[in-house]
Design a protein around this ligand. Structure first.
Ligand code: SIN
Length: 496
């Protein structure tokens, strides 16, 4: 029995089981793992600790249903996805409450995530109907060349705790729309949002009763054992991970044995640059949303904030004033803006990055301390000035509500510093000079560039990185291509 801080009205969303071959099941070993609320440390419930055995069963079930699912028309698949989309919106409040309970983000932000999650389903229901082929002018008389696109096969998703709803739908929706069954392994920290979403998918028609057992499946448990089976099993044709660069490299290495297609949305170290011609207030507003949303726990959060010397003092003053006003609280508290960090490890890392920055000469202008009176994972939203290039805050992804500000003098210098990282996911800059806008946008090594904007995530835009931030794109037209392969047909014997 799961226990939440608020009443979940639709009790059909609640389960402590994984979903394999159309059935809600426990682990064969009967092992379970507790799940706690990061704000209160209270137990929410326990999830099955599944391993290689359940992974194999799920892969076999997906393989069985593949011909049936890919045999559906794009319109039939779109209609089912739209049913699911509408059910998610109808259950938005319950889903958001489940999400806040296990992830900690403020309820308003959780609601925003549910809408964001649903948007991928609608978008890919629509995109699935536009999987076009083409006719290519022939090279040889009596022949014709056609290009078609087909579902890649059985697919596998590994999803993180920081967006427990949106990362599930951003992977499931394009796979399903393309005609591919998908098995999801969700984070052990935030399984109940994924369970609730898949309960709704079952109601939307992705069910055993409809002959669609295995089209969507959910595994919870041992990430190492499950991931290894997914990578090495030749039936799985595609894996999509949102997670760390470390895990991405492991999956890539393990997948080499079966040469799988991979989408890897990995770590980032996003630069956020404020040029001397920027609109200062807009830049401060952008930094607030980009750096501090989800307590700084997003892969695309600004990690290094570079401000031109001319605006440096004013920027710090304004950012400090705004950050010190954030309401930090349990996500269920009305008007909460910043919740807890996900767990002890996240909290320790943030604390370590701040003490390392001050040891390297940075000054704390606000925050810089735990908020123990709120609970053990709460850390005060922090601004640090004069952060040294050698500080961990600059070289590693902090994943916390800590903004370190670094002064710069020239465009060339800041671009070189911004690019001096193995990561290349998102980057942001503020400028009103159109020539500079193009120069900088083209010079920064990242897959996503926010220009005078601090939020870059939309279902219609291709999300993904370069360098050690990964490969592949999610969302947009590119997102569905990840689940298709191209087949070229050369037709001979054409007598015209
Ligand atoms: C992520 O942090 O992995 C995703 C962030 C987003 O979609 O905005």
């Amino acid at each position: 029995m799961t226990t939440y801080p608020v009443t979940i009205k639709n009790t059909e969303l609640l389960s402590e089981h994984g979903f394999i071959a159309g059935e809600w099941v426990e682990a064969h070993s009967k092992k379970t793992q507790p799940v706690h609320n990061p704000a209160t440390q209270k137990l929410i419930g326990s999830i099955p600790w599944m391993d290689q055995r359940e992974t194999k069963l799920a892969i076999e079930s997906a393989s069985k249903v593949l011909p049936h699912w890919k045999g559906h028309t794009a319109l039939e698949r779109a209609n089912m996805l739209m049913n699911w989309y509408r059910l998610i919106l109808a259950n938005e409040s319950d889903l958001a409450a489940i999400l806040t309970s296990e992830n900690g983000k403020p309820l308003a932000e959780a609601k925003g995530e549910i809408a964001y999650a649903a948007s991928f389903i609608r978008w890919f229901a629509e995109e699935g109907r536009r999987i076009y082929g083409r006719h290519v002018p022939h090279q040889k008389h009596g022949t014709r060349i056609m290009v078609i696109q087909q579902p890649i096969g059985v697919t596998f998703a590994i999803t993180p705790w920081n967006f427990p709803a949106a990362m599930v739908t951003r992977k499931l929706a394009p796979a399903l729309a393309a005609g591919c069954p998908m098995i999801v392994k969700c984070s052990e920290f935030t399984p109940y949002t994924a369970i609730a979403l898949i309960k709704l998918a079952e109601q939307a028609g992705f069910s055993k009763a409809n002959g669609l057992a295995g089209v969507i499946q959910l595994l919870t448990g041992d990430a190492v054992a499950i991931g290894k089976e997914a990578c090495t099993n030749p039936i799985v044709k595609k894996i999509s991970l949102t997670g760390s660069t470390r895990v991405g490299k492991i999956l890539m290495e393990q997948s080499a044995t079966t040469l799988k297609k991979l989408s890897l949305e990995l770590g980032g170290n996003a630069p956020f640059i404020v040029f001397e011609d920027a609109d200062l207030d807009k830049a401060v507003a952008g930094a607030l949303i980009c750096k501090y949303r989800n307590s700084g726990q997003t892969c695309v959060c600004a990690n290094r904030i570079f401000v031109h010397k001319k605006l440096y003092k004013d920027f710090i003053e304004k950012l400090t004033a705004a950050v010190s006003q954030f309401k930090v609280a349990d996500g269920f508290t009305p008007d909460a803006q910043i919740g807890p960090l996900i767990n002890d490890a996240a909290f320790t890392k943030v604390q370590h990055h701040v003490s390392d920055a001050t040891a390297h000469g940075a000054q704390i202008t606000t925050g810089g301390k735990p908020l123990a009176h709120l609970g053990k994972n709460f850390y005060a939203p922090t601004v640090l000035s004069n952060v040294s290039p050698d500080a961990l805050l600059n070289t590693e992804e902090t994943f916390g509500p800590v903004g370190g500000i670094i002064p710069f003098q020239t465009e060339a210098e800041v671009i070189a510093t911004a690019n001096n990282t193995p990561y290349g996911l998102a980057a942001y800059f503020y400028s009103r000079d159109v020539g500079r806008v193009w120069r900088v946008a083209e010079s920064i090594e990242a897959g996503i560039i926010g220009i005078n904007e601090g939020i870059i995530s939309y279902e219609t835009a291709p999300f993904g990185g370069i360098k050690e931030s990964g490969m592949g794109r999610e969302g947009a037209t590119e997102g569905i291509q990840e689940y298709l392969y191209t087949k070229y047909l050369l037709m001979g014997g054409i007598d015209t």
